[in-house]
Design a binder for this molecule. Structure first.
Ligand SMILES: *[C@@H]1O[C@H](CO)[C@@H](O)[C@H](O)[C@H]1NC(C)=O
Ligand SMILES: *[C@@H]1O[C@H](CO)[C@@H](O)[C@H](O)[C@H]1NC(C)=O
Ligand SMILES: *[C@@H]1O[C@H](CO)[C@@H](O)[C@H](O)[C@H]1NC(C)=O
Ligand SMILES: *[C@@H]1O[C@H](CO)[C@@H](O)[C@H](O)[C@H]1NC(C)=O
Ligand SMILES: *[C@@H]1O[C@H](CO)[C@@H](O)[C@H](O)[C@H]1NC(C)=O
Ligand SMILES: *[C@@H]1O[C@H](CO)[C@@H](O)[C@H](O)[C@H]1NC(C)=O
Ligand SMILES: *[C@@H]1O[C@H](CO)[C@@H](O)[C@H](O)[C@H]1NC(C)=O
Length: 394
């Protein structure tokens, strides 16, 4: 999700695997790319977005991504064309740490007639981070948002000396409402002690019982083994009777400096539980808190690399749920800003989500094997139109 530990793991992994540091060589080195056809190709979103977040509202799709002041886009379909509307924040975040002009990994939701945009302020390889929040009470438009600053600090800042903020990284926010009680929760976390669930106050502007966060906060995903603990970018969805906890596992970024061993790059994993507080287990019964996680979507076809930064749109009116994510197209490039929006419908088999190859929930079956290919022209147009916007943002 973030660039956390990218500096260190890039160097470490590329040294370990002897990956090339040269762009020309790495781009040709297809031995790092999984050729599996086990996962379907994505439906292409036709927009560059690292850690995309999508909200469906008023018959349209609204996309939020990390970048200077949090860029937002709108489209009438998941495959675009996406129009950039502007940014969530009018200026820098009021959180006084790291580079406050360039928040990461936003998550936007609607709650009690208010729109909330949670975001992260951090720096690659640092745990000195914060989750901030901005609200808009009228509409989703740029210029309508108020920044309220930090909900959670780790590393430094108010509250950061209290467990579990002492052993976690306040980035990659996500949101879930408990079905039975309506209690709102924030999820956050990356590397270190993994992913946490934190109850929020009803106005979502502060955590519940801020004095003793350890008593109310639940650690949901953790990788006990190994020095590097690459779990981050969580998202929680609900489909009766389960909560699904999604996360990205592996190396997210920096592939223009070399590839990790095949399979160590980002993949999208999941576990489920009937209790929002867990424990979440994967398909093999392995707990997520103990290194578990079923891979739902990974690198495939030699063309899709390191999918992650996941979200799920719950299907309405009989439509299937939509799994969306970013991925690197091995024919486009490996800079973090090259990450593309991709999406698939989900089917559930015995209550376990499976990414589906069809471009539509109706009428297509696994046997179709196809995906909507963007017209090449559309892609070029998208590149020309948005290319300049990709540069300053993740
Ligand atoms: C690698 O790619 C570059 C540029 O795309 C090309 O010039 C070069 O011949 C390729 N090398 C090999 C070994 O394929
Ligand atoms: C903060 O990020 C902005 C946008 O990427 C960049 O222009 C600026 O130089 C950065 N500031 C610092 C202090 O790194
Ligand atoms: C919703 O917001 C209103 C103020 O706009 C507040 O009075 C009310 O308590 C809120 N409801 C919940 C469930 O938080
Ligand atoms: C620090 O956080 C506490 C809650 O943990 C809050 O009550 C207090 O107002 C905050 N102080 C500042 C200066 O933000
Ligand atoms: C925080 O809670 C966890 C699990 O409930 C517990 O293992 C840990 O000791 C607590 N840490 C502190 C500092 O109280
Ligand atoms: C990757 O990019 C190439 C060239 O633009 C395009 O033909 C192909 O369909 C793309 N594949 C995916 C999965 O995005
Ligand atoms: C799926 O198909 C239905 C009926 O043919 C159509 O109304 C809908 O727009 C399609 N959805 C997508 C995402 O193409």
């Amino acid at each position: 999700m973030n660039l956390l530990t990218v500096l260190s793991t890039t160097i470490l992994l590329s040294t370990v695997n002897g990956s090339s540091q040269s762009d020309t060589q790495t781009q040709n080195d297809t031995s790092h790319f999984s050729q599996t056809t086990k996962y379907p190709l994505p439906n292409v979103g036709n927009v560059a977005a690292h850690d995309p977040n999508i909200l469906r509202h008023d018959g349209a799709y609204w996309l939020f991504k990390g970048g200077v002041h949090l860029p937002m886009y709108k489209a009438s379909s998941m495959s675009g064309p996406w129009t950039q509307l502007g940014t969530v924040l009018d200026g820098d975040s009021i959180i006084p740490k790291q580079n406050s002009s360039r928040p990461w990994a936003p998550t936007a939701i609607e709650w009690n007639d208010t729109f909330y945009c949670f975001y992260s302020i951090s720096k690659a390889g640092s745990r000195d981070s914060a989750i901030g929040v901005a609200t808009s009470t009228t509409q989703l438009d740029p210029g309508s948002w108020t920044d309220h600053g930090a909900l959670i600090n780790t590393g430094q800042g108010n509250g950061s000396d209290t467990a579990p903020y002492t052993d976690s990284n306040a980035i990659d926010p996500a949101f879930i409402e408990e079905q039975t009680t309506g209690q709102p929760f924030l999820l956050y976390g990356s590397y270190w002690h993994g992913i946490y669930l934190v109850p929020l106050d009803a106005d979502l502007l502060s955590v519940k019982a801020p004095g003793q966060p350890n008593a109310t906060t639940t650690n949901l995903v953790y990788q006990p083994d190994g020095k590097v603990k690459p779990v981050e970018g969580s998202f929680m969805s609900y489909r009766e009777p389960y909560y699904y906890l999604w996360f990205s596992h592996g190396k997210c970024c920096g592939f223009d400096n070399g590839f990790p061993a095949k399979g160590k790059e980002y993949s999208i994993r999941v576990g489920r539980s009937q209790d929002v507080r867990g424990p979440f287990v994967d398909k093999d019964g392995h707990q997520l808190i103990d290194g578990g996680g079923t891979v739902v979507y990974g690198s495939n076809h030699g063309s899709v690399y390191a999918p992650g930064g996941v979200g799920v749109l719950s299907g309405t009116d009989g439509d299937s749920d939509v799994l969306y994510y970013h991925y690197l197209n091995t024919s486009i490039g490996f800079k973090d800003t090259d990450a593309q929006l991709g999406w698939n419908y989900l089917k559930y088999q015995d209550g376990w989500p499976v990414a589906h190859s069809g471009d539509n929930s109706t009428g297509t079956s696994e046997s179709s094997g196809g995906t909507v290919r963007p017209s090449y022209l559309l892609h070029i147009l998208a590149f020309i139109t948005w290319g300049y916007l990709w540069l300053p943002s993740w």
